[in-house]
Design a protein around this ligand. Structure first.
Ligand SMILES: Nc1ncnc2c1ncn2[C@@H]1O[C@H](COP(=O)(O)OP(=O)(O)OP(=O)(O)O)[C@@H](O)[C@H]1O
Ligand SMILES: [Mg+2]
Length: 368
């Protein structure tokens, strides 16, 4: 390479015209592609100048040879300079791109971190909601089971109550009433035997007799209300008529009963249910309705019996029914009894019109 440089430089210095530097630049390009750097060029130029110093008098005669050699050198360096500028530009662009890339990478990393934390948050939330759903389901199942148990218990209580009432009623009749009748017979005998002089004794006895008679009546009524034998002996309609008569006698309330005879085809248990519903509904009318009239209607509907107790009272006030903590069992008991025989019970109440308790029970349950 130094030889070519020397040759080219010599040719440049010896030519007549000053030259435009094309050859020098061609020389520079060759050197550049051979891998020489600017410093190599400078050394090469210095060496060539030293060699040429013997042929050219750079100091005096050929003063402009020095300038021309300088021109040649700078021209030869142009490709290096251009290459360096391109490299610098490329470097600058590269640095710029790297910076952009760095910014993008940082943004991407940040976004990734955000996504990761969002995924984690969602997973936690989902797990929590899964837990909550499972817990809710468990509670629903538990509450259903408890409801079932409660209903079963209520039904058992009602059945037991009915059985107990039957027994008490029988005992009242067989034991208490018979004893009282016995006492009365004895008192009558005593009254007959007493001498005419003992008036005060007679009066006492008469008084006692009245008391006993009163007791007999009371016990009879008590027994009828607990479990009207007439319900078992004569049927639902006579039992309801007797009960209505009893209520009317004690309260200022007109009761009208309309029923179809076929209701007596119902089983004993079902007739008892209807009787208890009427009994409780009438008790409610007396206690809460301030009504003057009550209609009891028993009618036949397809495969079932409908019972309605309609009063003209002041209607149910929802606030009192809904009040918490109150131990109102009348309506609950009615509903339970009706549902025990696969029936339905509704209470309709309109202020200014009154209250209707409506029950419908099938003649037979599906499992009978
Ligand atoms: N015919 C009616 N007219 C107006 N209000 C009524 C009537 N029947 C029921 N109610 C209202 O509904 C409420 C609930 O009646 P329910 O028979 O369940 O309870 P209760 O009669 O108060 O108590 P109990 O458990 O002794 O029967 C009553 O307290 C009353 O306010
Ligand atoms: Mg009641």
């Amino acid at each position: 390479m130094p030889a070519i440089y020397l040759k080219e430089l010599r040719a440049h210095l010896t030519q007549k015209k000053p030259g435009n530097g094309d050859r020098a630049q061609g020389m520079g390009r060759t050197a550049l592609s051979a891998g020489l750097v600017a410093l190599d060029m400078a050394l090469m130029h210095e060496k060539a100048m030293a060699t040429l110093a013997s042929s050219f008098d750079f100091a005096t005669t050929l003063g402009d040879s020095l300038a021309r050699a300088g021109f040649f050198f700078t021209q030869a360096l142009i490709p290096h300079e251009a290459a360096q500028r391109a490299t610098r530009e490329t470097n600058r662009l590269l640095t710029q791109r790297n910076e952009t890339l760095r910014v993008h990478t940082a943004a991407l990393a940040k976004a990734n971190r955000k996504i990761a934390s969002e995924v984690a948050r969602r997973e936690t939330a989902e797990a929590a909601s899964r837990d909550a759903r499972a817990q809710h389901k468990a509670h629903v199942i538990e509450s259903r089971a408890m409801q079932g148990k409660l209903r079963q218990l209520t039904r058992e209580i009602i059945s037991a109550q009915e059985e107990e009432r039957k027994q008490i009623s029988r005992e009242l009749h067989d034991e208490v009433v018979q004893t009282l009748v016995g006492i009365n017979v004895q008192l009558a005998a005593l009254s007959r035997d007493a001498s005419g002089g003992v008036r005060s004794l007679k009066a006492k006895i008469a008084h006692t007799q009245r008391l006993v008679e009163h007791s007999v009546d009371a016990v009879h009524r008590f027994a009828r209300e607990l479990r009207p034998s007439v319900l078992d002996d004569l049927g639902l309609i006579p039992a309801l008529l007797a009960h209505s008569k009893l209520v009317t006698a004690r309260k200022r309330l007109k009761i009208r009963l309309t029923a179809f005879a076929g209701v007596e085809r119902l089983s004993n248990a079902r007739r008892t249910v209807l009787f208890r519903v009427v009994q409780e509904a009438l008790t409610n009318v007396i206690r809460h309705a301030r009504a003057t009239r009550v209609e009891i209607v028993i009618s036949e509907i397809p495969d079932a019996v409908r019972l309605e107790i309609v009063d003209n009272g002041r209607a149910v006030r929802t606030r009192t029914v809904r009040s918490r903590g109150s131990k109102r069992l009348g309506l609950i008991g009615m509903r339970e009894r009706i549902e025990m025989v696969d029936g339905v019970l509704v209470v309709e109440s309109v202020p200014g019109t009154g209250t209707t308790v409506r029950a419908e029970i099938p003649f037979r349950s599906s499992d009978e």
